[in-house]
Design a binder for this molecule. Structure first.
Ligand code: F6P
Length: 537
């Protein structure tokens, strides 16, 4: 089947009158969950609350074959330059593979390089924890401050928060925003005598990170030499910044920023959660890698997740997706996935530069449940456009409050049920009348209280939130992104769109201080308004 025949078959399925039906599918077949639930690397993926059925799934799997998704993933694993526009490999899977996996990026033995860095990181972490590496004043390090932004912040910050446990070796803090308020509010909580500072930047040229690194270096004063380390691919720049080479943990350009938490960029994870936790995180991701690269298409979790997105975006025209982790410790997961998915898939041309023929990456947003229920979930239940949701449940808690946890799980399942089942006007009326409401008032309110239902959700279940399952979960989404890149034919590993804003910020900065003209009339007017409100400009 050709690519266009496969897309045409997906379109034919989407034109079926029951294309978006979920409730009716359950009514016809209560055994649906068994046929639309898959497991890998300790995770369970339940797609039964979507409108997928055998016909739709067959069309989507045929599309995956026509688009050569499996071959694309295999090319990624072979270290080919799958990041076409930057002519680079995307070998983040080498970061979590054993030494003997023998990954190569062109001429380079990627696995050897990865394990040399892992060993240097392990020794550094052990020496810091043992008090062999101490602060300038001879104190033990209690806090680690990671300075970075985007992929050099979001992944490690998300994982550190998810794995934080009482009594862990060190506390982790993150400074990313260029806004001076970020450092001004963080600094009072930190003691310069017991804080180890990590500057995390693949390029070591990112303006926000370098500005914050300079602020913190000044705060450390004479201690800076003893208390700063860096994670970067740009050793010349780390040296120029004054970080001794033995305190620089490198990685290669084949590690994309949003895929880098497994590399040296994850040093804050190893320092705060401990080396064993970091190793378990890598092992969980590795388990998902092995599954993604070897499982048959019809049982391949990342591919199934990607095909569900194709169905929702291209089949049914849903433009966004919510991520709802029912675990407070995953509160930064939506932000991490926003970068991972939107920076990867927010593309309007294919790899060969032609305009895409259909919609690509949807808007991704989210908050932990149950908080989201009391804010934006209204729109998912009654808004004009269905927005699919990923509902992430963690079966066993790490606290003793079983009652709270049961209630939390009940809420997650209730949202999935409410989205799917909805509540018809007749049901609303009957319920209101049974409760003794005035019939005229019940009829007036019925349209407002009606929920259409047939709104899809994907359930992802973790047995518990430990490092292994978190690693598997994040890798699941990474491979989903790679699959979608292949399905849509876009380069999921570049991010050229972010460059224009960086360039313009560099042009506008001198205009703000009056040193050069503003680049356009709108900016000139805004600068004038700012100057009026803050003469200090
Ligand atoms: O500007 C976007 C970006 O390049 C992201 O892709 C990246 O994760 C982030 O900036 C930070 O980059 P760096 O690690 O080079 O500072």
């Amino acid at each position: 089947m050709t690519d266009s025949e496969a897309w045409a078959e997906v379109a034919r399925q989407a034109a079926r009158p029951d294309a978006a039906a979920i409730r009716a599918r359950f009514a016809a077949d209560a055994a649906r969950p068994a046929r639309f639930t898959w497991r890998a690397a300790g995770l369970t993926l339940d797609l039964s609350r979507t409108s997928l059925d055998e016909g739709i799934l067959a069309a989507l799997l045929a599309l995956a074959r026509a688009r050569g998704v499996a071959a694309r993933l295999a090319a990624m694993a072979r270290g080919e330059a799958v990041n076409a526009t930057e002519r680079r490999a995307a070998l983040h899977i080498a970061l979590r593979a054993p030494r003997e996996a023998g990954f190569r990026a062109g001429e380079e033995d990627a696995s050897a390089e990865v394990h040399a860095t892992l060993e240097a990181m392990r020794r550094f972490v052990a020496a810091v924890h043992a008090g062999e590496i101490r602060s300038a004043s001879g104190a033990r390090f209690r806090d680690v401050l990671n300075i970075g932004i985007g992929g050099s912040d979001l992944g490690p910050a998300m994982v550190c928060r998810a794995l934080a446990r009482p009594g862990q070796p060190m506390r982790a803090h993150f400074l990313s925003n260029l806004d001076g308020h970020a450092w001004a509010s963080l600094a009072p909580a930190l003691d310069p005598d017991t804080t180890l500072v990590l500057v995390a930047s693949k390029t070591f040229t990112t303006a926000e990170t370098m500005a914050n690194a300079r602020l913190v270096k000044a705060w450390l004063g004479d201690r800076a030499g003893a208390q700063m380390a860096a994670m970067s691919t740009n050793i010349a720049a780390t040296t120029a910044f004054g970080i001794p080479p033995e305190r620089v943990f490198g990685f290669r350009d084949w590690v994309g920023g949003r895929f880098s938490l497994w590399s040296a960029i994850g040093l804050s994870i190893a320092l705060s959660a401990g080396w064993e936790a970091f190793a378990a995180l890598l092992a969980g991701a590795r388990a998902m890698d092995e599954h993604a690269l070897s499982a048959p298409e019809a049982r391949n979790l990342p591919l199934l997740l990607a095909l569900t997105e194709i169905w929702h975006v291209n089949g049914l025209g849903y433009p966004a997706r919510a991520v709802l982790p029912y675990d407070e410790r995953l509160s930064r997961l939506p932000a991490h996935l926003q970068q991972l998915e939107m920076e990867s898939l927010g593309k309007r041309v294919t790899e060969d530069g032609a305009a895409v023929a259909r919609a690509t990456g949807p808007v991704v947003f989210g908050e932990p449940g149950t908080n989201a229920q009391h804010s934006f979930l209204q729109l998912l239940h009654q808004g004009t456009t269905p927005i699919p949701a990923d509902i992430i449940l963690v079966a066993a808690p790490d606290h003793p409050h079983a009652g709270s946890h049961r209630a939390l799980l009940a809420n997650g399942l209730a949202q999935a049920a409410a989205l799917m089942r909805g509540r018809s006007a007749a049901e609303v009326l009957a319920e209101m009348l049974a409760k003794g409401a005035d019939p005229a008032e019940a009829r007036r309110l019925a349209p407002h209280r009606t929920c259409p239902g047939d709104r899809p959700s994907t359930l992802i279940l973790l047995p518990r939130l430990d490092a292994f399952h978190l690693g598997a979960l994040v890798a699941l989404y990474e491979h989903k992104v790679a699959c979608l890149g292949a399905l849509w034919g876009v380069d999921p590993f570049d991010q050229w769109g972010v460059e224009l804003g960086k360039q313009l910020a560099a042009e506008i900065a001198p205009a703000l201080s009056g040193g050069s003209p503003a680049p356009d009339a709108a900016t000139a007017a805004s600068i004038a308004a700012l100057r009026e409100a803050w003469p200090g400009l």
